[in-house]
Ligand binder design. Structure first.
Ligand SMILES: C[S@@+](CC[C@H](N)C(=O)[O-])C[C@H]1O[C@@H](n2cnc3c(N)ncnc32)[C@H](O)[C@@H]1O
Length: 357
């Protein structure tokens, strides 16, 4: 069976599967998914003539909102209590024809895993597994780097799911998660969300350009200041809009003007480079706000969160996207809208909207 393994935030398997089903259908590929709520991954089956590689060639992972990472599925391997490496080698030998030349292996565990022993085992297992795979000629060494990587997912001690990922279309981050450290002086953990968003939506070259010092930014729903802190770190001048108190150390930077006002109504007198918004409210209200800022050409780039309700999360995102796209198309504005559920997002997704003219 042609299958993909798709990794997502635990609890969002249904949204991830539905999105992929729709996106594949738009590309003329019929597929369906099987997921168990809370697993943090799903299987996407392609019963037609298309292979997972065909689908991955047509759909960039970066265009999907709920999929953190993915790979082509090869096999499910039952693991014995002893010689787990041997079981993986035997399974790969059977699938040798379908196995491209891989140079590396990545071992993953489910994001929701609470079994410490499994985490420790997975970490320690990579080195002996890679050595045995190399000795068996199942991982190759060569001067030319291979774009393929062998993927091993351990849902528990008894099973290994084997797959292959392709560097041209997989997450650039290990297990699909950028590892970030919260700076000691950051006013809130939310600071990590904006940093992750920049890492996910901007290449390092673009980041250097669009996050350059001296740019002007507005932070709607800014208190206590985690996002403002990140903007200040980039050397920007920030208007922080919130009725709540801002972190005093951040205010001492001299780069922040605190405005106590309603973020949905407040507008800058002159256009700024960035508008970011982390207000917890109905997603459509936030989408409406972002559309208004772009219609009025008040900013060039925006990062905002859509807090998705428990039910109909995929529908809610779809209608927010339609709202923004239809309004900006009607206003004759060239734009690009992307969205991802970030590792630091909980019941929400993060959008990046930019004006292209
Ligand atoms: C999740 S917190 C923002 C955290 C912030 N991004 C940070 O990194 O520290 C949401 C903030 O939105 C503010 N807020 C809620 N409704 C608002 C509104 N209508 N206008 C402005 N701020 C609002 C709240 O006071 C709260 O401080």
């Amino acid at each position: 069976m042609n299958q993909l393994l798709v990794f997502c935030r635990p609890g969002f398997e249904n949204e991830c599967g539905r999105e992929l089903t729709d996106v594949a259908a738009w590309q003329g590929v019929f597929g369906f998914f099987h997921a168990r709520p809370g697993d943090g991954y799903l299987r996407f089956s392609l019963p037609g003539p298309e292979t997972p590689a065909d689908l991955m060639a047509r759909v960039p992972l970066a265009d999907l909102v709920f999929a953190r990472d993915w790979c082509q599925w090869l096999a499910d391997v039952p693991l014995p209590d002893t010689d787990r490496v041997g079981a993986v080698l035997a399974a790969l030998r059977q699938h040798r024809q379908a196995l491209p030349a891989c140079q590396r292996v990545e071992v993953r565990i489910p994001e929701a895993n609470t079994d410490r022993d499994l985490g420790n085992f997975a970490r320690k297992w990579v080195a002996p597994l890679a050595r045995a795979l190399r000795d068996a000629g199942l991982l190759v060494e060569g001067a030319e780097p291979s774009r393929y990587r062998l993927e091993v997912m351990l849902p528990d001690f008894q099973t290994a799911l084997l797959g292959v990922s392709d560097a041209r279309n997989r997450s650039p981050f290990s297990a699909g998660i950028p590892r970030l450290r919260l700076p000691a002086d950051a006013p809130s953990r939310s600071a990590l969300k904006l940093e992750e968003a920049w890492k996910v939506f901007l290449t390092p070259e673009r980041a250097e350009d669009v996050l350059a010092g001296g740019r002007k930014a507005v932070d709607l729903g800014a208190a206590p200041g985690g996002w403002t802190y990140q903007l200040v770190r980039q050397g920007m001048l920030v208007s922080a809009i919130d009725n709540g108190p801002m972190d005093p150390d951040l205010m001492a930077s001299g780069q922040v003007e605190h405005v106590r006002a309603d973020g949905f109504r407040w507008r800058p007198q002159r256009a700024v480079d960035w508008m970011v918004c982390d207000i917890v409210d109905q997603p459509r209200k936030t989408a409406d706000l972002a559309a208004a800022w772009f219609e009025e050409r008040l900013c060039r780039y925006s990062i905002f969160n859509l807090k998705l309700p428990m039910k109909k999360r995929y529908e809610e995102w779809s209608s927010c996207r339609e709202l923004i796209e239809s309004r900006l198309q009607a206003a004759g504005i060239r734009f690009r809208l992307r969205a991802r559920q970030l590792y630091h997002d909980r019941e929400e997704i993060t959008c990046f909207l930019e004006r292209l003219d």
